[in-house]
Ligand binder design. Sequence first.
Ligand code: HEC
Length: 103
Amino acid sequence: MKTAWLGVFAASALLVAGYVQASPELAAKNNCVACHQVDAKLVGPSFKEIAAKYADQADEAGYLAGKIKGGSTGVWGQIPMPPNVNVSDDDAKALAEWIKTLK
Ligand code: HEC
């Protein structure tokens, strides 16, 4: 019994680790890294700056997922983000959840 619970615990720890790992890969896969870095401005703001800006906003992840898919203009400066039409809803949500954790 005790070992069975340990197994469950180990499996969920692996799942969490896998989720954390997956998001930088998602950012690479969806080409976000062409314009964004985690902690430095590139073409767009750093993901950490974005996380900090919306830290207090209710439904931060939902808002960001919408922006990721639909694009963004005029929030951070002159350069717009074109809509990322090839990003799936699941990827947009996972990316938003990940960005949220970076503050
Ligand atoms: C062609 C360059 C480019 C690509 C590719 C790109 N972005 Fe952006 N992104 C920008 C720019 C520029 C801004 C700032 C837009 C503005 O001022 O409203 C931005 C803003 C954002 C914001 C903040 C929006 C807001 O309302 O504050 C998020 C979140 C974001 N990008 C996530 C992503 C993710 C995730 C991807 C990959 C699926 C991605 N971006 C791909 C250029 C890009």
